[in-house]
Design a protein around this ligand. Structure first.
Ligand SMILES: *[C@@H]1O[C@H](CO)[C@@H](O)[C@H](O)[C@H]1NC(C)=O
Ligand SMILES: *[C@@H]1O[C@H](CO)[C@@H](O)[C@H](O)[C@H]1NC(C)=O
Length: 381
């Protein structure tokens, strides 16, 4: 900090106060007060800088990174209604595999599975509106969909996905794969647009009745959502960026074979309050999403031509209390028996929803089998 010249004078004068005449002493006292205030003001300035600088630097970095880190193979697709969405397709061929991730996750969560499947066909992931590189557009009062579906519920996400796949001209019918919230979306999509989906794959699906359980509701709204809100706050204040720099927060997908760009992108999204805010919304409205899927499942059955498979793990979320995991498992079994009695079950041992990046080969294996079957059918025709 810069020291004011007066401050130096006053301290020099104070060295030998007995040699000074009283007038000078009084002036020195007044100057002492001035010094005291200027120190306080300087401390205040420092505090202000500590509060303002990290969010400011974070914001500036986000602007720069947002342009740098858009995936090179990705497309920003105009989906109408003034919205643009990020679609990332890799590989060539049909049937196309479309991947929809868990709540609050960007398309990077599918990194391993997409790389692995892209050797045999075209595989597309996308960022739901508000997440990753699908920037949420300003709310448009004349846009009907926002009003009809509210924010971040399955109905709206499926509407967005449908418009995205139409606009990008993705070949139909495709294999639709959803994980957790993505599985609610995949179900809703398949029930509504049943001619467009050949195979529906549900990975660790969220049962539509789960919010009828008070303990679950308590956990979800009382614990999980507030922790995500804290993460949003931490991103907005620049704290997340500092914690990432210090190594206290790490990206989920970080193996040796993960490109630096994917790692940087995860860090960018961890410090991005807009992304984190959409993550909060998706979790907050999950009960509405579940209710929408329950209604559509009753109202409109799936086409009998569509195959359904369910991939489940030992637990829904290893970080959640055991009794809640058991609750999910019981309700998963119930809805699969009731709504998809002929579904093919695959169980992956020792995993939770994180299996899509922790045990990707087990999932890729199953998806490759589905692709093989469909490709063999096409060749025999
Ligand atoms: C809102 O959406 C409508 C229909 O797409 C468009 O014509 C209008 O310009 C939009 N308004 C704003 C403020 O973006
Ligand atoms: C979802 O939760 C909110 C807030 O707790 C509640 O107001 C709303 O009615 C619930 N929706 C459904 C479909 O249960």
């Amino acid at each position: 900090m810069r020291r004011k010249p007066e401050a130096r004078t006053s301290s020099e004068e104070r060295v030998s106060p007995d040699k000074q005449d009283p007038k000078l002493l009084r002036r020195t006292e007044a100057k002492g007060k001035v010094t005291y205030w200027s120190v306080l003001i300087n401390i205040g300035k420092c505090l202000l800088l500590i509060v303002i600088i990290p969010p400011f630097l974070n914001y500036a970095s986000l602007q720069r990174e947002g342009q740098m880190l858009v995936p090179k193979d990705g497309q920003i697709v105009d989906v109408g209604l003034g919205q643009k969405m990020h679609l990332l397709c890799k590989g060539k061929g049909i049937p196309v595999v479309v991947l929809d991730g868990p709540a609050g996750m960007s398309s990077d969560i599918w990194f391993y599975i997409q790389e692995s499947l892209a050797t045999m066909t075209k595989v597309c992931t996308y960022d739901r509106m508000g997440l990753g590189f699908s920037k949420r557009s300003m709310q448009n009062e004349t846009t009907g969909t926002e009003k009809v579906w509210g924010m971040s519920t399955t109905g709206r996400m499926v509407d967005d996905l449908h418009r995205l796949l139409q606009a990008a001209g993705v070949a139909k019918p495709f294999i639709l794969v959803g994980s957790a919230l993505g599985a609610l979306n995949a179900r809703f999509y398949s029930h509504i647009h049943d001619m467009q989906v050949s195979d529906l794959v549900l990975i660790d699906p969220i049962p539509e009745d789960i919010f009828e359980e008070d303990q679950w509701k308590e956990y979800w709204l009382g614990k999980l959502v507030p922790s995500l809100q804290a993460r949003q706050f931490s991103a907005a204040t620049g704290l997340s960026r500092m914690l990432i720099i210090l190594g206290a927060i790490e990206p989920s997908i970080k193996g040796e074979d993960v490109p630096e760009e994917v790692i940087q992108r995860q860090k960018y999204l961890l410090s991005n309050p807009a992304h984190q805010s959409s993550a909060v919304d998706e979790h907050y409205f999950l009960n509405e999403s579940a209710a929408q899927v329950r209604d559509i499942t009753k109202f409109k059955p799936l086409s009998s031509r569509m195959t359904v498979s369910a991939i489940t793990a030992d637990s829904f979320d290893g970080q959640m209390p055991e009794h809640l995991n058991q609750m999910v498992a019981k309700l998963q079994k119930k809805f699969l028996e009731e709504s998809y009695p002929s579904a093919n079950h695959v169980h992956i041992k020792g995993a939770d929803w994180r299996m899509i990046y922790e045990k990707p080969s087990a999932i890729s294996q199953h998806l490759k089998r589905l692709v093989n079957q469909r490709q063999a059918e096409q060749q025999s025709q």
